[in-house]
Design a protein around this ligand. Structure first.
Ligand code: MG
Length: 399
């Protein structure tokens, strides 16, 4: 039985992971769960999966959870504080850690899982974008393995049969993007876009931050950086195509001209189950594939596959990400931090949709592009960029 720790258990990655684990209780056991403050979301997970440990960053939420669980016969240990979430990532009973906490906030726990030498199912792209090769070097040092469960990167991993995309075998990597909800919206109405409109993704059901990033295509930009790091290729070898139905998730072009594409249902259970099987194999269980109870994709019903080049006028965030990747790791860190601040301001009503990209762009003009030299440096620079980005955002009263 393989022990799994699930960080961000009540989010979208958490729900998909639990759906996979529910179908494979004979192979995997959920030993720990972590969430920032969503104790109501944790309650049914704890009663169903009976993990040994639960970490809640928020102390009041932990008190509420203890109260709610007092009626249940459970021996679960409930720990609080951000250190508790980090501790769960290094738990000896967990051979596999699912890093499903969204944003830079997931970096400390992702780092802890990597430093503890775990099989790390990486959903948190911001951690990798901000810390870059530091995280990869730590994984090598600790014997950890980063298994991408971002659907596009998992697709590349499957097409390349691992992370080896060396130029001697692979010519280019293509990530697809649905184009989000605003692929055809008139540009002169973008200033009026509301958070709910931005979060209505046409093909994937996800959390609100990543949904906004998918609308601007910043998500694809972060994914280009993520791919450059995971598969060790320069920006110029990582391409993006708009593909509205999200049927093909990524393609790998080999040096002989062969292109292998990954197709599948737009459901995060697919990459998560693949990565869990990979992790299990590394841990000595021979698992080729985990069957999933999902409807088969019907290509005949789909009728065809459409691909378009990205219109960079409509989606300037993608260009910013390429620019940051070419400039250096420090610029990637700054891009991510400024974007998180601007997106949070948009979601809270403090900024417009059309404030997001200009804020990131302004930050990038003065960002230190050199690579951070330590994790302390990563956290310090991230905090500096956040302060600068907040100062740039207009104090706007929005109706
Ligand atoms: Mg993705």
């Amino acid at each position: 039985m393989i022990g799994v720790a699930l960080l961000g258990a009540t989010g979208s990655i958490g729900a998909s992971t639990l759906a996979v684990l529910r179908q494979h209780r004979d192979k995997f056991r959920l030993v720990a769960v972590a969430s920032r403050a969503d104790w109501q979301g944790l309650l049914p997970i704890i009663t169903e999966f009976e993990p040994d440990i639960c970490a809640l960053e928020d102390a009041d939420a932990a008190t509420s959870l203890r109260g709610a669980l007092s009626r249940h016969h459970t021996h679960i240990r409930i720990e609080t504080g951000s250190d508790a979430v980090t501790a769960v990532a290094g738990l000896s009973a967990a051979q596999v850690v699912v890093a499903g906490i969204s944003g830079f906030a997931g970096l400390p726990s992702t780092w802890a899982a990597v430093a503890a030498g775990k099989q790390v199912l990486l959903a948190n792209k911001e951690a990798l974008v901000a810390s870059g090769t530091l995280l990869l070097a730590e994984a090598r040092r600790a014997g950890a393995r980063l298994l991408p469960i971002d659907s596009e990167h998992n697709a590349v991993y499957q097409c390349a049969n691992g992370v080896n995309c060396n130029a001697s075998r692979v010519r280019a990597i293509t990530l697809t993007a649905s184009g989000g909800p605003f692929r055809n919206r008139p540009l002169d109405t973008f200033h009026a876009i509301t958070p709910d409109e931005a979060c209505k993704h046409p093909t994937w059901s996800m959390g609100r931050k990543i949904s906004v990033d998918s609308a601007t295509l910043m998500n694809k930009g972060l994914e280009v950086i993520e791919a450059a790091l995971l598969f060790n290729r320069p920006a110029s070898d990582i391409h993006v195509l708009i593909h509205p139905t999200s049927t093909v998730h990524a393609m790998v072009e080999y040096v002989d001209g062969s292109i292998l594409a990954h197709l599948g249902p737009a459901d995060m259970q697919v990459p998560i189950s693949h990565a869990l099987a990979e992790a299990a194999s590394a841990l000595g269980e021979t698992l080729e594939r985990l069957p999933l109870n999902l409807p088969s994709l019907s290509l005949a019903a789909l009728g065809g596959l459409q691909f378009f080049d990205v219109d960079m006028q409509r989606f300037p965030a993608l260009q910013l990400a390429y620019d940051a990747l070419n400039a250096g790791q420090g610029a990637c860190l700054a891009l991510n931090a400024a974007n998180e601040v601007a997106v949070a301001a948009f979601l809270s009503g403090a900024a417009r949709y059309t404030d997001i990209v200009p804020t990131v762009e302004k930050i990038l003009t003065s960002a230190d592009a050199s690579a951070p030299t330590s994790m302390d440096d990563v956290f310090a620079r991230d905090a500096d960029v956040r302060r600068a980005a907040r100062a740039l955002l207009p104090e706007r009263e929005l109706a």
